[in-house]
Design a protein around this ligand. Structure first.
Ligand code: ADP
Ligand code: MG
Length: 205
């Protein structure tokens, strides 16, 4: 499905979409958080993009591990360690590989989800990024067809998951301080995950 050039191009695209949506993500974080999710993610993915030229000859595991460590050290907030963990867990699955299959990708996303759950002590239904990640993973596991078709199913599920966060009461992260007042708000982290997945889906569409 993917070679290193695809991975590098996808990571560049991830930086692009995060920069484009920096203000939007920050606005989502305004009523329920501290108005920094877009700023945090934009800082982290710019740092990732800056490292990509030095990674083109590496294997997927090394690249993703570098991405994860870069995100942990630059994003900050709750989302930095969580996205950092997600990429570092995916890196373990991709260790030594210079080609990735759809099966590899699903195993990587599975490991990423488990990493976020463990690190965040969180699960679905708590108005977090997991409410986009888990539906996406489940939809892709259930889907069949080409990589493009499977990723499209995953993206649709992630986007539906983002929408569903509006009907949830946050019990993790800063939004949980609001209790029931978090109801009606779209989760910033779920939104950024759907944006990142959209880059992968578009690449293989
Ligand atoms: P902070 O909340 O520290 O300001 P950000 O604004 O960058 O960090 O990120 C907030 C996002 O992080 C939330 O929208 C949510 O998706 C995610 N998040 C926060 N805590 C958790 C957690 N325990 N588990 C999973 N995701 C979480
Ligand atoms: Mg915040």
């Amino acid at each position: 499905m993917a070679i290193i050039a695809d991975l590098i191009s996808i990571l560049e695209g991830m930086n692009g979409i995060i920069q484009e949506n920096k203000d939007f993500l920050t606005q989502l974080d305004m009523p329920i958080g501290d108005s920094d999710h877009g700023i945090n993610m934009a800082r982290g993915f710019q740092a990732v993009a800056d490292k990509l030229p030095s990674l083109a000859e590496k294997d997927a595991g090394t690249i993703l591990k570098t991405v994860g460590m870069t995100l942990v050290s630059t994003v900050g907030g709750a989302s930095g360690p969580l996205y950092g963990t997600a990429f570092m867990k995916a890196a373990v699955v991709a260790n030594g590989k210079t080609e990735l299959t759809m099966e590899d990708f699903l195993a990587m996303l599975d490991a990423a989800v488990e990493g976020v759950k463990f690190r965040g002590k969180s699960t679905t239904g708590e108005q977090t990024m997991l409410d986009a990640m888990v539906p996406a993973l489940e939809a892709m596991k259930a889907a069949s067809g080409s990589a493009g078709e499977i990723l499209a199913a995953g993206l649709a599920a992630a986007q539906a998951g983002v929408e569903n966060t509006k009907g949830m009461i946050a019990t993790k992260g800063r939004a949980s301080y609001l209790g029931e007042r978090s109801l009606g708000h779209q989760d910033p982290g779920a939104t950024s995950f759907a944006l990142l997945l959209s880059v992968i889906a578009k690449h293989f569409a």
